[in-house]
Design a protein around this ligand. Structure first.
Ligand SMILES: Cc1cc2nc3c(=O)[nH]c(=O)nc-3n(C[C@H](O)[C@H](O)[C@H](O)COP(=O)(O)O)c2cc1C
Length: 340
């Protein structure tokens, strides 16, 4: 039986299932599987799935990932730093049992995730390593939905590998980021996740994705609904092109690549020092956090300034990189008026 079509998600992901064991002929089944701490990502997902939930020909199952042990929100400084090695190295902990048996058959999978230390967050990586992931995802079209500060390029490259390794295919990628200046978000994002308050400093913009961008994410749901009606999820072309789904700032690529290399080395050092939460890690974590602050205060602005100076020379190369990393959905906006 289809449930009432309205979806209210006040804070976190809630498990919603308006689907039946076997969908009647002509009814499409959509799986949404993810995790959110502050509720930012779950609110974006709520906007995207609202048009699907309203449709009698579409069944939606929303599955919440529950890390075990859970990650506290807001984070303590130690907890935040302690999550770094396993996040950067993509060695996540356990998940509580899923409500899915793995035998369900979905037509489309929506995989929302946030970025932790330039990698997909630990809960979503834990799911991608879970035996059910292959059972549920193999051969299926995947729409990734990313909400993060603004550094997601390397994380999505890693996610592409996970998607490939479970035999699924990426059909679309939607990205929502904090629109404030990069240097401001380097301060506001940590303050937000460490305090739970989006605007700790009145002199800086509030952290996170703008309310207007969250509201307008409904356009992706409308486009997915139309695509499902037309069986277009079975084809290879993206379903969300022309909707400004993913806009890349190629200037951040150099910082992301440099930081990923350093995260790899530091991640291994810290992981070798002891398991998450262990006292042996503390001295190294203290040194690492100092290193991080120095990096953020020097390398990021330097690399941005250098790139600004070299922009005329690098324009063509950066343009090509922008187009490459914006695939498959792209940043074009020619279908926006139809779905706004
Ligand atoms: C431990 C941690 C690391 C993060 N690292 C990044 C990052 O590397 N790049 C980025 O753009 N955002 C990063 N963020 C911001 C998150 O991607 C996300 O926007 C924020 O945590 C809100 O997500 P939520 O929906 O789970 O509340 C990080 C957040 C946390 C808590």
């Amino acid at each position: 039986m289809l449930e009432s079509a309205t979806l209210h998600i006040p804070g976190r992901f809630v498990s919603i299932d308006n689907s039946t064991e076997t969908a009647p002929m002509g009814v499409k089944r959509v799986l949404v599987i993810g995790y959110s701490q502050s509720g930012q990502l779950s609110r974006i997902v709520a906007r995207i799935v609202a048009p699907l939930l309203c449709d009698p020909h579409i069944q939606v199952h929303i599955e919440t990932l529950k890390p075990n042990p859970p990650f506290a929100f807001p984070w303590s400084l130690r907890g935040f730093l302690d999550a770094f090695p396993e996040s950067a190295l993509q060695l996540p902990g356990a998940l509580e049992p899923l409500s899915l048996s793995g035998d369900e058959n979905f037509d489309l999978i929506i995989l929302p995730y946030q970025v932790w230390f330039l990698a997909p967050s630990q809960p979503i990586v834990a799911f991608m390593h879970h035996p059910r992931a292959r059972q549920l995802l193999a051969g299926k079209p995947i729409v990734t939905v990313i909400a993060c500060r603004n550094m997601w390029l390397m994380a999505q490259e890693k996610m592409k590998c996970h998607i490939e390794s479970v035999g699924a295919r990426l059909i679309d990628n939607v990205v929502l980021t904090d629109n404030a200046h990069t240097l401001a978000t380097l301060i506001t994002t940590p303050l937000w996740v460490l305090s739970g308050n989006r605007q700790v400093l009145r002199s800086l913009p509030p952290a996170g994705v703008a309310e207007k961008d969250i509201e307008q994410a409904t356009r992706f749901g409308h486009a997915l609904r139309d695509a499902l009606h037309g069986n277009r999820e079975k084809q290879t072309a993206p379903l969300l092109s022309g909707l400004r789904a993913a806009t890349v700032n190629p200037n951040l690529l150099v910082s992301e690549k440099t930081a990923t290399r350093s995260f790899f080395i530091w991640g291994h050092l810290l992981h070798a020092a002891g398991p998450p939460g262990s006292a042996q890690r503390v001295p190294l974590l203290a040194i690492y956090s100092l290193f991080l602050v120095v990096m953020v205060a020097t390398v990021v602005p330097l690399s941005l300034a250098l790139q600004a100076a070299l922009r005329p020379l690098l324009a063509r190369r950066l343009g090509a990189l922008k187009e490459k990393f914006e695939q498959p959905s792209g940043s074009a906006s020619d279908r926006m008026s139809r779905y706004d």
